[in-house]
Design a protein around this ligand. Sequence first.
Ligand SMILES: Nc1nc2c(ncn2[C@@H]2O[C@H](COP(=O)(O)OP(=O)(O)OP(=O)(O)O)[C@@H](O)[C@H]2O)c(=O)[nH]1
Length: 478
Amino acid sequence: MIMHHLLLDQVNQSFPGGLPDNEQLRQFLFNVSETYNNLEQVVTPEEWVPDSCCQGPKKEKAKSVTPLPFPDTLLLFDADNNILCCSLGKGFESFADREYHQQPLEVVPFVHDATVFTEVLNKAVSSEDILSFDYQLESSEGKQHIEARIYAYPGGTVAVLRDVSELRLAESLRRDSYQRAKNTQEQLMQVFSSAPVAMMVCDEQGEITMVNTYAEAHYGLMAEQLIGKTAEALISPASLPRYRDLAEQVLTGDLNNMGYIGVHADIEVRTPTGRRFLAEVGFSRIFYMGRPWLAHTFADITERKRLESELRILASTDPLTGALNRRQFLLNAEREVNSARRHGQALSLVVMDVDWFKTINDNFGHAAGDAVLKEMVAILSTILRQQDQLGRLGGEEFAVLLPGTEIAAAERVAERFRTCLDDARIEHQGEVIKLTASFGVAGLCREYDQFFDIINAADDALYEAKSRGRNRVACAEL
Ligand SMILES: Nc1nc2c(ncn2[C@@H]2O[C@H](COP(=O)(O)OP(=O)(O)OP(=O)(O)O)[C@@H](O)[C@H]2O)c(=O)[nH]1
């Protein structure tokens, strides 16, 4: 008979003089040996407490209660339930202070209830199976959880008792951890599906695996149409290179000092129904089964962009005429002058002032004056090229910046402005209003190489035009 080494140790302990020649005992040992071989299959703590279930101190605790049930306590009974042999195993050390041989079950302190125990022993005699049950034991060691297995042999019964307190604790920790993990998962799924922001998850190949309710309800990104398709199918061709760049960056990049990697970008999205909208798309990385996946958020920013552009226009233009306001014109002009100087390109500035505007106001009223200013800007705008910039410096004074234009050409442009205005007949509430304007022209040159110099020179030229009788163009003197 091949005997498990742990059983052999116990047998040697119990029978230091050698095994008696007793068939019943042999049979008994054979049965016990079978049990021991089954015990080989005791699982490891890692199996009891998998990583996905719990982490940290709980996991450490679960590991520390590694089930190590060997050796078991063995009780061999005769047909009258008297103890023939007793070998105490792990967890039963405190009961080693007495003799159990030939004693009735009632005297055994590690049996919780002798009556119940006896019933099971008797039942085992007529059963082919191993009967098993658990019981709690209060001992000097504290509360112990004992698993009992009873089976019959030709001359009586055998009870194998094992202290499974640690095992049960591990099981309970595992159950708790599993339940917690399940709860957390349910909570996260609820957060995902009910979040008031469109969300989508893509696997490492970029295939969509999840779409939340908000994305379905607000953007028509229906999960059943999208799952299994690639996220790139939702991106407009023009935005695709940027999308790919960012996806790659997030999938392979390093975490920031706050422990995550995520970016946002304005990307044009195209839904399966063909609707296109500008979205702020969030990219973040999640790890699933050891591989990096992408989690996206989407927000339609079409309206926000429209408002932003409206605000930009409001902040940079004159509300009456639509020309750039003074602040924006000066900012742009300064930038253009610096750029022209750096690149050695020509640039000219025309400043203009309506002649006798006070008289227009006085004769036709302030509203008519306003209408004249508006109409005048409309007339000038038809003459300007795309790169030219028209600004209202204040009152009835305007300026036009002409990048890439030499002063001689700028003088011709100013002359065109002048004749167009001179020819204009502006109608306001049945009245026809005529106007003229005076112009001063200056250009970027060695003498005037800062915007400040150029505008001063153009102003001087305008003064000159005014003083020479108005409705004329004057160029800055060098
Ligand atoms: N209607 C109207 N008038 C304005 C506006 N801004 C300034 N003005 C008026 O424009 C007039 C400018 O008058 P002046 O500075 O004397 O110049 P002018 O009458 O054009 O005379 P010159 O420039 O010397 O030819 C003032 O009466 C201002 O009140 C505006 O937005 N709308």
